[in-house]
Design a protein around this ligand. Structure first.
Ligand code: C5P
Length: 269
């Protein structure tokens, strides 16, 4: 287990967790945990729960994406939340406003803490999603997905979008903000620009994270935890570097260690 001690260091990373806790009152290890989301990209509920159990001491947050949700159903969200974990439900909702609003309410009833919607669904859909969340006592924080990182200029153009990807990201981010959505999923390269748009209240969730020396997998636009946090990321989504490691708990600890350093806390050993 990595042991961490606090250093007196003011940092620019938001210290408030979604729960409203002031994370500076938490131990250094717990502070680092508040910024790490492990992507449970596995094909069955059993595999997801086994991984969550293996990572129990290192990880508070788990991401349930389409693969796992379709295989294991809403019960996997309820189980993880019931075990005290925080769940990022990454379903990238994109449908008519009424349907998306209803889906936001359903996700809230499962216990999800973060939920993605596609900003490309348009202002009416984003507003309906935000209003649905605002009407709930325990609503998930909505995160708008702007342009998928798999979309380049040619892919966008094929869908009738003539803008450069970066311009489209900015346009969709502004749509989200105008609808009252304060959370975004963004690549490490976009975090600084997105932080400038959202200000300190923005919740910026960043995949494409690789600790130094790690296998890139199929991710192209990657960055280290330190880079992403220094650019203004609130949460780092890490999948394969942890889930496919020989020892996932050890891999998670190494990432927590790096997060703690970026947050301004230091390990003793
Ligand atoms: O295994 P890896 O660390 O690449 O996993 C990253 C996770 O973040 C995956 O669940 C992937 O679907 C998700 N994601 C991403 N890039 C985006 C949006 C989401 O990698 N732009």
């Amino acid at each position: 287990m990595v042991k961490l001690v606090a250093m007196t260091h003011a940092d620019s990373i938001p210290s408030r967790s979604l729960s409203g806790l002031d994370s500076s009152q938490l131990s250094p290890l717990e502070q680092a945990k508040q910024h790490l989301i492990v992507a449970l990209d596995v094909p069955t509920g059993e595999a997801a729960l086994a991984l969550a159990a293996q990572l129990e001491d290192q990880c508070q947050w788990f991401k349930v994406g389409l693969e796992l949700f379709i295989a294991a159903g809403p019960a996997i969200v309820e189980k993880l939340a019931g075990q005290g974990h925080s769940v990022f439900l990454d379903l990238k909702l994109h449908d008519i406003p009424n349907t998306v609003a209803a889906a936001v309410r359903s996700a809230a009833s499962l216990g999800a803490s973060l939920l993605t919607v596609h900003a490309a669904g348009g202002p009416a859909m984003l507003l309906a999603a935000q209003e649905a969340a605002a009407g709930l006592t325990a609503a998930p924080q909505l995160l708008a997905v702007t342009v998928l990182t798999s979309m380049d200029r040619a892919q966008l153009a094929a869908t009738g979008v003539a803008a450069e990807p970066a311009e489209q990201v900015s346009l969709l981010a502004k749509l989200g903000l105008e609808s009252g959505i304060r959370g975004f999923v963004c690549s490490p390269q976009e975090v600084a620009a997105m932080r400038a748009l959202t200000g300190p209240e923005g919740v910026l969730v960043t995949p494409g994270i690789r600790p130094s020396g790690a296998d890139k997998g199929d991710q192209k636009r990657i960055a280290t935890p330190t880079f992403a946090l220094n650019q203004g990321a609130s949460y780092l989504v890490v999948g394969r570097p942890i889930t496919q490691a020989d020892d996932p708990a050890l891999a998670a600890e190494a990432i927590l260690f790096e997060i703690a350093e970026a947050l301004g806390v230091a390990p003793t050993e």
